[in-house]
Design a protein. Structure first.
Length: 67
């Protein structure tokens, strides 16, 4: 699941925490798609994102995450 961090950050990442609770299994992968290069990676990981993608993002980076 690719989630725009501008949407996910609302409510201090409550959406992400709820998704994790509802689908807490090994088959899910939540990737933070950030449009702000200064977005703190530690905050994204603490919120529950499995992997952050910060700009600029190339197609090969997204492909590697999905393998």
């Amino acid at each position: 699941m690719f989630i725009d961090t501008r949407m996910g950050a609302c409510g201090h990442y409550a959406l992400i925490r709820d998704l994790i609770k509802a689908h807490d299994d090994a088959s899910r992968l939540i990737i933070a798609m950030s449009f702000l290069p200064e977005e703190p990676i530690a905050n994204l990981r603490k919120a529950g994102y499995d992997s952050p993608l910060l700009p600029p993002v190339s197609g090969w980076q997204m492909t590697d995450l999905l393998r």
